[in-house]
Design a protein around this ligand. Structure first.
Ligand SMILES: CC(C)(COP(=O)(O)OP(=O)(O)OC[C@H]1O[C@@H](n2cnc3c(N)ncnc32)[C@H](O)[C@@H]1OP(=O)(O)O)[C@@H](O)C(=O)NCCC(=O)NCCS
Length: 196
């Protein structure tokens, strides 16, 4: 007798994510520990991102069909809000290396439902997402400080070899300091001892 896999990592096309948008935003607010009202504000932004050239998403689905985790991103380009914010930061930082902005893939969102964290799902989402880009490197931003959940993201990024691109960066409209991290692609193969 064969048993259904407990969970599976799937590619999500634009229509797939739109169909699951409420569920994906619920994963996002629970993972980040944000108030549920944040989901309403992010909805329009996510819909805008979904339409960008080269956008891709991956997710973890459990045996009941529920979404356990979500990651998406797209190729960065001049004129995008995030690109311009990072360029401003690099220009204002002694030694800031603008070459990071050449040909990068932006890892925009990466979230695993709190009850599914700690099993390597986040690492596998990140790996699957960037494996599908032909860009030479990946960039992301993450809060410098926060509760335990951002600390987990930091450990994951450092373990995968992400380096500092900018520290203590202030994005327009957000009072919190962020780090921008990056690394070249492809990623090194997974550690054979890792879970997942
Ligand atoms: C960041 C995140 C996606 C990682 O997903 P994950 O499936 O937990 O990833 P991993 O299992 O690979 O764990 C990453 C690290 O956190 C640790 N961790 C995960 N869950 C934990 C828990 N409940 N208690 C303690 N440590 C935990 C892991 O041990 C690992 O640390 P290590 O590299 O030192 O071993 C997930 O924790 C998350 O959604 N966090 C909140 C949202 C967030 O910060 N997203 C990134 C925004 S930039």
């Amino acid at each position: 007798m064969t048993t259904a896999p407990a969970r599976r990592l799937v590619e999500l096309g634009p229509e797939d994510l739109i169909a699951r948008l409420d569920e994906a935003l619920a994963v996002y607010v629970s993972a980040m520990g944000y108030p549920p009202s944040t989901a309403r504000q992010r909805r329009a932004l996510w819909l805008d991102h979904i339409r960008r050239p080269g956008w891709r998403a991956v997710g973890w689905i459990d045996a009941t069909g529920a979404l356990l985790g979500i990651a998406y991103g797209y190729p960065g380009a001049p004129g995008q809000w995030w690109f311009e914010e990072v360029r401003r930061g690099l220009r204002g930082t002694p030694g800031g290396d603008l070459r990071w902005l050449d040909e990068y893939f932006e890892l925009t969102e990466l979230h695993v439902r709190p009850d599914a964290q700690g099993a390597g799902l986040g690492e596998q989402l990140l790996r699957a997402l960037v494996a599908g880009t032909d860009r030479s490197h990946v960039l992301l931003s993450t809060p410098e400080y926060g509760g335990s959940a951002p600390g987990r993201a930091w450990r994951l990024y450092r373990r995968l070899g992400f380096r500092d691109v900018l520290r203590e960066h202030r994005f327009t409209g957000d009072t919190r300091p962020f780090a921008v991290l990056g690394r070249t692609l492809p990623l090194d193969p997974p550690d054979p001892g890792s879970t997942g």
